[in-house]
Design a protein around this ligand. Structure first.
Ligand code: ADP
Ligand code: MG
Length: 351
């Protein structure tokens, strides 16, 4: 019988490790946009601009006016598991979008990445990385903040490139990501441009809202989801056992044929969490037929220690310490709001 040669165990190099990690964090161009915009938000930006071309496949550029990265820190920002956001001692108390230190090295492993940045009181600098090869830090010109430019995403991983959808579908997914993040950050102005073929056209823009957080959030939701939605939606604002639920839930008459307009946020983080989506569905069970789907934008906020966000590489899912309480808050909160509205509607008709 043939004896199989004994395989050798070898340590993968950093570039290979980053490409493997990139497979988890970066599914498509929209995932890169999400990571970069979240970094800009974490950096305290008040203005974020996203420029894409060809559905993000050839160009994604995110510009912010946040705190910047110093020239000394630029190589570190590109190295794996390097982050300024946590020190690793308390994974249950996370207040930033990022903490894994994986996005930039992953982007550098699958595309051509260039970061230009300036911290106040210092000169701007830039660094390039392509296919995992990091350049030296060079002087650059920039007045404030950070510009991260990613060209040719997945050129280094052709298998992933083949699975991308049309430019149009990828651009649509990028628009969704920017809108979702914009919904949760009313004090930041966002602009998304499409520069395919050279001319740049504005796809989406929203100025910073003013007022207190509650007013600002509602104002931003109206702007992003449209007047129609706002006119057909009930404002939600309630609290139970340390969990706060706020946002808008649309009347059953404003439902959709698909579950495409359900925006859920946990501590400001857009999520697609099964438990939360199930609770939303359950709240409308008595007032919607099975083939209709509720429209809602809901924010759950709680002490960060009551929810684990480190369950999923892209952080789309979360785990609550007391899922029953959160579910109950959503189901009973929305049912009350819907019943009140139904009652008001029927008394108006009656009188
Ligand atoms: P994480 O966000 O999980 O920390 P990233 O790889 O996304 O990991 O970023 C690494 C580090 O680079 C961040 O911790 C931050 O210090 C810095 N950084 C990234 N993007 C920006 C930005 N737009 N402005 C300022 N600092 C940034
Ligand atoms: Mg990040």
């Amino acid at each position: 019988p043939q004896i199989k040669p004994r395989p050798l165990i070898r340590q993968l190099d950093e570039a290979a490790i980053n490409r493997i990690a990139a497979g988890e964090v970066l599914e498509r161009p929209a995932s890169a946009v999400k990571e970069l915009v979240e970094n800009a938000i974490d950096a305290g930006a008040t203005r974020i601009e996203v420029v894409i071309a060809d559905g993000g496949k050839t160009l994604i550029r995110v510009t912010d006016d946040g705190c910047g990265i110093s020239a000394e820190d630029l190589p570190l920002a590109l190295s794996r598991h390097a982050t300024s956001k946590i020190d690793g001692s308390d994974l249950l108390n996370i207040n930033s979008f990022g903490f894994r230190g994986e996005a930039l090295p992953s982007l550098g492993a699958v595309g051509r990445l260039r970061i230009t940045s300036r911290v106040s009181g210092a000169d701007a600098a830039c660094i390039n990385v392509a296919g995992g090869q990091v350049s030296a830090v060079k002087p650059a010109a920039l007045t404030t903040g950070t510009v991260v430019e990613l060209r040719d995403i997945f050129y280094a991983t052709p298998a992933r490139l083949k699975f991308l959808r049309t430019d149009r579908a990828e651009a649509q997914a990028i628009g969704d990501v920017v809108k979702r993040l914009a919904m949760a950050e009313p004090f930041i102005s966002f602009i998304l441009r499409d520069a395919t073929g050279g001319d740049s056209r504005v796809v989406f823009r929203t100025d910073a809202e003013t007022g207190d957080l509650f007013d600002a959030l509602h104002g931003r939701l109206r702007r992003v989801l449209g007047k129609d939605f706002a006119e057909n939606a009930l404002a939600i604002d309630m609290e139970r056992d340390g969990f706060h639920l706020t946002g808008y839930a649309a009347l059953p008459t404003y439902s959709r044929g698909a579950a495409i307009a359900q925006f859920l946020f946990v501590n400001g983080r857009p999520v697609r969490d099964k438990m939360l989506l199930g609770a939303l569905r359950a709240a409308y069970m008595d007032v919607l037929s099975r083939d209709r789907h509720p429209v809602a934008a809901l924010f759950v906020t709680c002490d960060p220690t009551l929810v684990d966000v480190n369950v999923h590489p892209a952080k789309a899912e979360v785990r609550f310490r007391e899922p029953g309480v959160v579910r109950g808050l959503i189901v009973s909160g929305l049912r009350h709001a819907l019943a009140d509205a139904g009652h008001r509607a029927s008394t108006t008709v009656a009188t």
